[in-house]
Design a binder for this molecule. Structure first.
Ligand code: AMP
Length: 277
């Protein structure tokens, strides 16, 4: 496994790749969710690359950029164990040198709602860094997690709109045994908060349960989810959404593929989760 820190060195390594290249972009502090993407890339391509870059432009001014967990040595050991060939781990100055002035901005409903509404500028940062990473890595296929459902839609949109020559593959959310979606941010949770964080997956399970018993009224399901989350004193709802899974428009009736998603603050930690129904 080669660990490469600069754009020029990565380009040089990329030239030597024969066959298809699978790519997994990450912000590091890896867990099994990330590794499921690496395994899919390994199974589907001749060569596998991952990136580790905590992208400052996708964090808001009052968000957790400075305390975002980092452990490069541990990440590299995990990537090595999965048979990764190339790791791109640039510094901020490599990705955003002095005078950097170009951004990719996906406009319209895909970025206006949900995470886009709660985190102004977030998707502009994501779109810009992912476009840069795609240009540097030149992957055949890129792998993303359903955990960040809206991000996956935004990236598919960029690839389609800008005629990028790669395939975007979205893999299922990997969960802890008790249902909590794996996230690098779970490390922030104190013991009581870790317990309280189960309201996210529980409220999604409740939605699935109601839906499978025939409930098709979206607002009644949202209301039941909110009630369950509000019963947890450490949890504070940011949003609970039942939306068209491709346009993210809020639904009145569950009569098409729906993305049930939520963002909840548990203590100081903001967590997101979703399912498709
Ligand atoms: P991050 O390091 O949080 O930027 O995530 C890097 C990639 O891993 C993104 O495509 C995420 O959607 C994906 N990912 C994060 N958590 C999970 C999870 N629990 N299951 C599957 N994929 C995940």
């Amino acid at each position: 496994m080669r660990v490469i820190k600069t754009v020029a060195d990565f380009r040089e390594a990329r030239r030597q790749v024969a066959g298809s290249l699978g790519f997994v972009p990450t912000m590091g502090y890896l867990h099994d969710g990330h590794l499921s993407l690496v395994r899919a890339a390994r199974a589907g391509n001749d060569c596998v690359s991952a990136s580790i870059f905590v992208n400052p432009t996708q964090f808001g001014p009052n968000e957790d950029l400075s305390r975002y967990p980092r452990d490069l040595e541990r990440d590299l050991a995990m990537l090595r164990a999965e048979g990764t060939d190339l790791v791109f781990a640039p510094g901020v100055e490599d990705m955003y040198p002095q005078g950097f002035a170009t951004h990719v901005d996906v406009t319209g409903p895909l970025t206006a709602r949900l995470e886009g509404a709660a985190r102004p500028g977030h998707f502009k940062g994501v779109a810009t860094v992912v476009t840069k990473l795609f240009n540097i890595v030149q992957p055949t296929r890129a792998y993303f997690g359903q955990k960040d459902a809206q991000q996956a839609l935004v990236i598919k949109k960029i690839v389609a709109d800008l005629d990028m020559n790669l395939e975007v593959i979205v893999m299922p959310t990997v969960r802890e045994e008790d249902g909590l979606a794996m996230s690098s941010r779970n490390v922030y949770l104190k013991a009581k908060e870790r317990e309280a964080a189960l309201v996210l997956s529980r409220s999604l399970a409740l939605a699935r349960d109601k839906w499978s018993r025939g409930e098709k009224d979206a607002e009644r399901i949202r209301e039941d989810m909110r009630k369950l989350i509000e019963s947890e004193p450490l949890a504070k709802i940011d949003y609970v959404s039942i939306a068209d899974a491709s346009t993210l428009e809020e639904l009145e009736t569950l009569d098409k593929l729906a993305l049930i998603s939520l963002a909840v603050r548990v203590g100081n930690t903001r967590l997101i989760d979703n399912i498709l129904l």
